[in-house]
Design a binder for this molecule. Structure first.
Ligand code: MN
Length: 201
């Protein structure tokens, strides 16, 4: 079985300053994200061993770990890709048209997305494409997987766990989310959108 690996950041550790500090990106990527990669690999090893041995005493916890750590790994990967020092502004083209169609306007979408980002003690705000309903939705997720919608393909993710913002912004999570919007790489969000729409529509 192949091991999952921590992806390299698509920019330098200090590239998102002043919006996200070098220190937070180092901790977040090298420690937290690495931890989810390690947890997923460990859970998959356990499952493989248990299938071979027939001893399933640790299988249930390993299955839960795949959901938690796998979702953590995948969402963090998306989060890093969704930002760039040259980012910011608003989406353009087909993605912008679809946001307007499905949410009424960019501002209406953003207001709802920021509510998703403010909801949980620790989790994610996600813009997803719902592959069954064939529309964009916002999701408010607790931890990495509580609040999941099984048809949802995430195209934009903002991490609102405390490790994501507390060192830079203290308890002002909204200020952090506003700063993420200053570095959103809408090109990658649009690529994700185009890819999923071309598959499902
Ligand atoms: Mn995180």
């Amino acid at each position: 079985m192949s091991q999952h690996e921590l992806p390299e950041l698509p920019y330098d550790y200090d590239a998102l300053e002043p919006h996200i500090s070098e220190q937070v990106v180092r901790w977040h990527h090298d420690t937290h994200h690495q931890g989810y990669v390690n947890g997923l690999n460990s859970a998959e090893e356990t499952l493989e061993e248990n299938r071979e041995s027939g001893d399933h005493s640790s299988t249930q916890s390993a299955l839960r770990s795949v959901s938690h750590n796998g979702s953590g790994h995948y969402l963090h990967t998306l989060f890093w890709e969704n930002m760039h020092p040259d980012g910011g502004g608003e989406p353009e083209g087909a993605l912008a048209d679809r946001i307007e169609e499905d949410f009424g306007s960019y501002d209406a979408w953003k207001a709802e997305f920021k509510e998703a980002a403010g909801w949980s003690a620790g989790g994610w705000a996600l813009l997803v494409y719902d592959t069954v309903a064939k529309q964009l939705r916002n999701l408010a997720v607790q931890k990495h997987n509580d609040g999941a919608l099984w048809s949802a393909h995430p195209i934009f993710a903002v991490d609102v766990w405390e490790h994501s913002y507390y060192h830079d912004y203290g308890p002002d999570r909204g200020d952090f989310v506003d700063n993420v919007f200053e570095v959103v790489n809408w090109d990658t969000v649009a690529e994700n959108y185009d890819q999923v729409v071309s598959t499902y529509e």
